[in-house]
Write a protein that binds this ligand. Structure first.
Ligand code: ZN
Length: 337
């Protein structure tokens, strides 16, 4: 590249106005637009009135957002009101991040980590019954003496797929185990006896604890991709899993938190401006530009740079004072079905 062309490119870049979506939701959803669309249409098809509140929550997830600055470090984050619905692609992504942070240290502390998969024989029974059976069998399986004597703790999570060939659901459970060596044949026999006929299990040693913790966190937060299913199956899945736990821990993993806790530094994060104010004034206001660029580059922001001069000037503007910690450290992230 010649010097001239570099100069020309730089001039072009700096003269191009920055453009950001007016809402943080629109910005966030770009990476999962299809899954969000599949989720929204499925919730929309749930006609029972009790779902309306959830639909409203999903529609408003991350619409209200604001920039916060850490008074100690100057770091910036975006905080947002979120729906916390199990199937919301935005919230489940955040939950993945959270679960990985919890599972990783535990997995790395276990000397002989195993990964166990328990499946049910294929069935045409209603999905709700299959899920109920799977959970009941799993509970009974864990109580068996062989398991009791050899397993010290674990993390379990639910996953489901639908076979395109047979049209049957394949619900299954995965477990990350802190255990002694257990023979696959023996486990298969015991699982068969417990489930009255299902024999397919898989157990293997884990060599990369960090990677498997990431896998578990990713799938524990979302048991299936709705976009992969047809509309009727999406409905069937959401209603069959309604109110049911999809991840759990026991034994040496029992203390791992599965819901977000208030971070120690929650009070250090202070509101400096709404997302829409900052992004709307990006090309017209120095503070908006400084806030946005610091956030985008992951750089600290000097104190005193806020959007107060704009937001206070709007007589009916009521800044949304954050009652939650920043986006990637939300409080009490308890999932609703
Ligand atoms: Zn959400």
């Amino acid at each position: 590249m010649t010097c001239d062309s570099t100069t020309s490119l730089e001039a072009q870049e700096t003269s191009t106005p920055l453009s950001m979506p007016e809402s943080y939701r629109a910005h966030s959803v770009t990476e999962c637009a299809d899954e969000m669309q599949a989720t929204r249409s499925t919730y929309g098809a749930l006609t029972d009135k009790s779902w309306q509140k959830r639909i409203d929550s999903l529609d408003s997830c991350r619409c209200r957002a604001w920039f916060v600055r850490n008074i100690e470090t100057g770091d910036l984050r975006v905080a947002a009101k979120s729906c916390k619905l199990r199937w919301c692609p935005l919230c489940s992504k955040k939950r993945q991040w959270f679960l990985i942070q919890q599972f990783k240290p535990w997995a790395e502390s276990v000397s002989k980590l195993k990964f166990l998969t328990l499946t049910l024989k294929h069935s045409d029974a209603p999905l709700k019954k299959q899920v109920l059976d799977l959970y009941r069998f799993f509970l009974n399986f864990r109580k068996l003496k062989y398991l009791h004597d050899n397993v010290f703790g674990g993390v379990w999570f639910f996953q489901i797929k639908k076979s395109k060939a047979t049209g049957q659901w394949h619900p299954h459970l995965h477990c990350l185990l802190d255990s002694n060596f257990m023979a696959q044949d023996k486990l298969s026999q015991l699982w068969c006896r417990t489930t009255l006929g299902s024999t397919i299990i898989d157990i293997r040693s884990v060599s990369d604890s960090g990677k498997i913790a990431e896998y578990v966190g990713r799938y524990a937060a979302r048991p299936s991709c709705l976009i992969d299913l047809d509309p009727a199956d999406r409905l069937d899945l959401i209603t069959a899993l309604h109110g049911r736990r999809l991840v759990g821990t026991w034994g040496t993993a029992k203390e791992l938190p599965l819901t977000m806790q208030k971070p120690d530094d929650a009070n250090d994060w202070k509101y400096i401006g709404g997302w829409s104010t900052v992004c709307g004034m990006l090309n017209y206001d120095d503070n908006a530009n400084a806030i946005f660029n610091a956030w985008r580059k992951g750089e600290p922001l000097d104190p005193g740079i806020t959007m107060d001069h704009i937001e206070n000037a709007i007589s009916d503007y009521t800044p949304y004072i954050p009652k939650e910690p920043p986006e990637n450290r939300q409080l009490y992230f308890k999932f609703k079905a």
